[in-house]
Design a protein around this ligand. Structure first.
Ligand SMILES: Cc1ncc(COP(=O)(O)O)c(C=O)c1O
Length: 432
């Protein structure tokens, strides 16, 4: 709970120094007027009356994206045709946008490429890591990690004829479990459900001290929390393009391979665009010398085009303001929920301390699914994660402090009046 009563603090600090019970909508609107990121919000197409708290699942649409896609379709594809691979440097798009993402995650030039989905990139890098540590059978992760990441590791285990095994130990025991048997530690930096943040530097150091490698999934981190892969000496990383990076539904993902590993790490998908000379069309595979060896097939130019618009917007926003605002929004949300929705059966399922938390907040409730459907019907959009969590994501580029107020007021209304208790809100959908 926020404490004290220092009304003179400005910006996000004003929230930290005020008791949530004393905050008013007018206070939050004043914060929005003073917000250094205020103008960035105008770069997004957001519908009036909708409070979008789901940028951690699918970021909002940048206004510039449709026109940019139209231009690439009509001019580059329609008129330029095959020539655009060279004339508009389509061939270099994964590296160009990868270099931009690198600036958001503390990587250097030519250490990141945009490619495939997060799942496919995870497979490529897990296989590469295991190959770099022959004789070590274990991929170490935590139970309750994003299930997809565990499925991919299980797939690799299945293919390995018993050479590779996925071992899961609870988050608090990971560091102690890293031993000479571990080839690679696989962790999601910000947990997809609870938003708990792992200490990247400490766990990476521990892995290296035991001769193991580390692979970080940054899907819920990039653009939302501080990430410095090279300061932490991380080996590998992957992440989504469609969450905080606002690349659009099914946007291509990205992968990071530390420069020191690039000569020895081998992708298991030895596709032609990862070849040293793809247009020589020789029969023998020879990996490209650098990060390009982790490309596989032809890149999705339209997808990368949309992603680049989102990444450019993120780069325009001052990093410190982004991180501060993301913390302030989630802190405000929790404080308002505590003061406005007390006694309504909600339980915080995220760390209480802002430093230990990413940019989303999970609340448990016995009727989480129905409550979320009732909220969505009122224009407050978050999501549901089985079995009983509502997730609310805070995107510093376009969420306003006043949005948090309206979101919590809607939650309070839905819970107080049991507005969730209707048959249409109990109906489960394929996508949650
Ligand atoms: C932590 C995490 N990793 C991986 C993925 C899957 O990414 P993709 O759909 O790009 O394979 C997600 C998707 O939500 C995710 O949250």
């Amino acid at each position: 709970m926020v404490t004290g009563g220092c009304d003179s603090a400005r910006g996000p600090d004003a929230i930290r120094h005020r008791s949530a019970g004393t905050l008013t909508l007018a206070d939050l609107e004043a914060l929005d007027r003073d917000d250094p990121l205020r103008d960035v919000r105008d770069a997004f197409l957001l519908t009036d009356g909708v409070v979008y708290l789901d940028g951690n699942s699918l970021g909002a649409l940048p206004r510039a994206t449709p026109a940019r896609l139209q231009e690439v379709c009509a001019r580059q594809w329609g008129e330029g045709l095959i020539r655009s691979w060279t004339a508009h440097d389509w061939i270099g798009a994964p590296q160009r946008v990868g270099d931009k993402i690198a600036r958001l995650i503390g990587a250097g030039p030519a250490e990141v490429v945009v490619a495939d989905s997060t799942s496919v990139n995870l497979f490529k890098l897990l296989a590469a890591a295991c190959h770099l540590r022959p004789g070590r059978p274990l991929i170490l992760s935590e139970p309750g990690n994003f299930p997809n990441d565990l499925y991919v590791a299980q797939g690799l285990q299945g293919l390995s004829s018993g050479r590779i095994e996925l071992r899961l130990v609870p988050a608090g025991q990971i560091e102690a479990a890293i031993d000479e048997q571990v080839a690679v530690v696989l962790l999601t930096h910000v947990h997809y459900k609870s938003a708990a943040v792992h200490d990247m530097t400490r766990i990476t150091e521990r892995a290296h001290a035991r001769g193991a490698l580390i692979l970080w999934d940054l899907s819920h981190s990039a653009g939302a929390v501080p990430v410095d892969l090279n300061a932490a000496q991380a080996d590998f990383a992957v992440g989504c393009g469609y969450k905080y990076l606002n690349g659009g539904p099914g946007a291509p993902a990205y992968l990071f391979v530390a420069r020191r590993h690039q000569a020895a790490a081998i992708s298991p998908i030895t596709g032609w665009l990862g070849h040293a000379r793809p247009f020589d069309f020789v029969d023998e595979y020879a990996p490209a010398p650098g990060i390009e060896r982790f490309l596989a097939g032809s890149h999705p130019i339209l997808g990368i085009t949309a992603l680049e618009v989102g990444v450019d917007l993120m780069l325009q926003a001052d990093a410190r303001s982004r991180i501060e605002k993301s913390r302030a929004l989630s802190e405000l949300f929790i404080s308002l929920v505590e003061s406005r929705c007390a006694g309504q059966g909600l339980e915080l399922a995220s760390p209480r301390s802002a430093e230990a938390r990413g940019s989303h907040v999970a609340l448990r409730h016995a009727q989480a699914w129905a409550v979320m459907q009732a909220l969505i019907a009122r224009g407050v959009i978050g999501d549901f994660r089985a079995p009983d969590a509502m997730r609310f994501g805070f995107a510093p580029l376009y969420n306003r402090y006043a949005d948090i107020w309206h979101g919590v007021e809607a939650l309070r209304d839905v819970l107080h009046g049991a507005a969730w208790d209707r048959p249409e809100f109990r109906q489960r959908h394929a996508v949650t």
